[in-house]
Design a protein around this ligand. Structure first.
Ligand SMILES: *[C@@H]1O[C@H](CO)[C@@H](O)[C@H](O)[C@H]1NC(C)=O
Ligand SMILES: *[C@@H]1O[C@H](CO)[C@@H](O)[C@H](O)[C@H]1NC(C)=O
Ligand SMILES: [Zn+2]
Length: 628
């Protein structure tokens, strides 16, 4: 997932690689928005339309009509305005935890799910009108939340209460600090002139980020190749390409096209042309945008009291300072260098055998990794897919998670959903039988559906001062396919790994027992967020668990054989130093441009160039900046 400038995102558990270019601007920061509110405002809706929600959880309504969404958004805003007004009006000599912090915390806890009910249909509703209303509601709520975070009267009350230093629970204290920080990040403790500058810079940053992504999205550059120049690519790939009158194939710079060429094309010159074009994609327009963006972010960070943007962005992450992150990255990168050089020499040897003494270029990396892997591992991923029918994988993952985390998962039927094949499950504590939470599962691709895998928190765990508690509800979105007959297509191995990963976010969302919605679910430090899921991916490479989640399509009593399980495990680590180093260099580039003034991008790339990496050239620069 791309890291934004500090706001949490609605789609917290997203697969990092796929989302690199997706930015969530504006209202998308919803889960992070410090608004909130109450159930009662919403009851009227439920009575009118006889919705069937999750048992014991009437705050989550997942199939609202366009009109209901817009009405709910208005109710959310008016309730939130009232609560903020009340806090602002507390006399300064009567400030207490109960009349300052609690109302805001409970508003946030209660409104989070209502906001999500307005906003998530934008991604998933099959009806155009609902998606449109949802987007409109999101915009309105966003603007409201921002306005709340700029309220001087509320800020003053909170700041004065905080200064009293009352003894409150550690979690409450942390919440209070977050409240103060939300205001101060909008410049609320600065002079009027500086605050205006903060606002101007924030707008400028939004515009520049948007322009950067738009430039990439609108890029229509393409390249033309003859059939001979595309030797090595599978027939169905060629058939999917447009053809010109003189029989040349038209290739775009979309990642699916580029990846196919870089991995499969036997003609080095073609790979080079494509790698260079991809590396330079939008470079002329986007490098100046990036330069300006970095400067504006530094300026904003300094106004807010940080040394540079790096420290500002890390302030609410576990790693805290840029120095620490850079040291960490440099340490791993130096411990990987020897292995990377060994891996690299394997690639160079194969190239020498196949093409003679030619320099190894950036265009050769993926191609030769793929070639070496084909020689070293006897893996037929098409055949492996036959062992992963969706329902079997799903029940296997449930089984593993039930044992591992002491939970019990049961399907809930006859409740409202937004599309007929969406399913819902209840999660219980297997010891006490207590209901812990729910999750929805929207697995299959369809027209108009959001096109990435991710987990959305629909409601967060929270404890209220009257003793009531609110249970977490998660939504897991995946992109599996059905065949022409409506049958689920078995999962490719990477889809299995991805499902495990995303399911880790679901478990995390449901088992996080923090009592403030601000810290429960997936709303903890963003640099910790991926860890439980990444940990869970390990189960996909273990023979015992792989057998639990696999079974041959025609006879599901036959799981993957030992040998394949073991080969998958070896394959996982192939060229891991080279693959990791590339990611690490991107991270270092990112950290360095945001932790120093006026970094010369080209110079920086040259200095990051590790020993033995002749192919790591300056031309990879725009390539790098694409992933920021
Ligand atoms: C505003 O608050 C931040 C964080 O607490 C602090 O670093 C900064 O010095 C404050 N600025 C002013 C003008 O008080
Ligand atoms: C969702 O609600 C609409 C009415 O707004 C209804 O037509 C549709 O059938 C419902 N969807 C499902 C899957 O129940
Ligand atoms: Zn993730």
């Amino acid at each position: 997932m791309t890291e934004d400038d500090g706001n949490d995102k609605k789609m917290e558990g997203s697969n990092s690689k796929k989302l690199k270019l997706v930015t969530f601007t504006g209202a998308a920061g919803l889960l992070g928005l410090a608004v909130s509110y109450a159930i009662f405002a919403f009851k009227s809706h439920k009575e009118k339309s006889k919705k069937k929600g999750l048992p014991g959880c009437d705050t989550v309504c997942v199939n609202l009509s366009a009109r209901e969404i817009l009405e709910l958004a208005d109710e959310i805003i008016s309730k939130s305005t009232r609560v903020h007004e009340n806090v602002a009006l507390v006399p300064l000599n009567k400030l207490s935890y109960e009349n300052v912090v609690l109302p805001l915390a409970e508003l946030e806890a209660r409104q989070l799910s209502l906001i999500q009910c307005c906003v998530f249909p934008k991604m998933l509703s099959p009806q155009d009108s609902v998606r449109k209303a949802s987007a409109e509601a999101e915009q309105k709520i966003d603007a409201h939340v921002l306005a709340c975070r700029k309220r001087e009267d509320v800020y003053r009350v909170i700041k004065i209460y905080a200064a009293k230093g009352e003894s409150i629970s550690p979690e409450a204290k942390c919440y209070l600090q977050c409240l103060v920080r939300d205001f101060e990040h909008n410049g609320l403790n600065l002079t009027a002139t500086k605050r205006e500058e903060v606002e101007r810079l924030r707008n400028e940053i939004d515009e520049l980020s948007l322009r950067y992504v738009q430039n990439l999205n609108e890029d229509s550059s393409c390249l033309f190749f003859t059939e001979h120049e595309l030797a090595g690519l599978p027939l169905e790939f060629l058939q999917s390409l447009d053809k010109t009158q003189n029989k040349e194939y038209k290739l775009t710079l979309e990642s699916s096209h580029v990846a196919a060429i870089l991995e499969l094309c036997k003609i080095a010159k073609t790979r080079k042309t494509v790698a260079m074009a991809y590396g330079k994609r939008c470079g002329d327009s986007n490098i100046p945008v990036l330069q300006k963006l970095v400067q504006s972010r530094h300026r904003l960070a300094r106004l807010l009291g940080y040394a540079h943007f790096g420290d500002y962005a890390l302030d609410h992450r576990m790693s805290k300072t840029s120095t620490r992150v850079i040291r960490f990255l440099e340490d791993i990168s130096s411990s990987l260098t020897d292995l990377a050089i060994r891996e690299f020499s394997i690639l160079k040897d194969l190239k020498r055998k196949e093409e003679g003494e030619l320099p190894f270029g950036v265009e050769d990396l993926l191609y030769y990794i793929k070639r070496v892997e084909e020689l070293q591992f006897d893996l037929d991923f098409g055949d492996i897919r036959q062992y992963f029918p969706v329902s079997l994988v799903l029940s296997g993952i449930f089984k593993i998670c039930q044992d591992l985390f002491g939970i019990k998962i049961e399907e809930v039927s006859e409740i409202d959903v937004w599309y007929y094949d969406v399913r819902a499950f209840a999660v219980f504590d297997s010891g006490s039988g207590k209901l812990l939470g729910y999750f929805y599962l929207d697995m299959f691709t369809r027209e108009g559906k959001f096109s990435h895998s991710c987990v959305v928190g629909l409601q967060n765990n929270a404890l209220f001062s009257n003793g009531a508690c609110q249970i977490p509800v998660a939504l897991l979105i995946t992109q599996f396919s059905k065949d022409g007959g409506g049958e689920a297509v078995p999962l490719g191995f990477s889809e299995v790994v991805n499902l495990f990963h995303e399911f880790g976010h679901v478990v995390q969302h449901i088992c996080n027992r923090a009592s403030f919605a601000r810290f429960s679910g997936l709303r903890f430090d963003p640099d910790f967020r991926e860890i439980p899921s990444q940990l869970l991916e390990n189960w996909c490479y273990d023979s015992f668990t792989l057998k639990l989640i696999s079974g041959y399509r025609q006879d599901i009593t036959k799981p993957l054989v030992d040998e394949v399980c073991k080969t998958l495990k070896r394959w996982r680590y192939s060229f891991s130093a080279l693959k990791s180093l590339q990611e690490i260099l991107y991270c270092l580039f990112d950290q360095k441009i945001y932790s120093d003034d006026d970094v010369d991008f080209h110079q920086l790339i040259r200095s990051l160039h590790p020993k033995g990496y002749q192919w790591w050239k300056e031309q990879t620069l725009p390539h790098v900046s694409h992933v920021l």
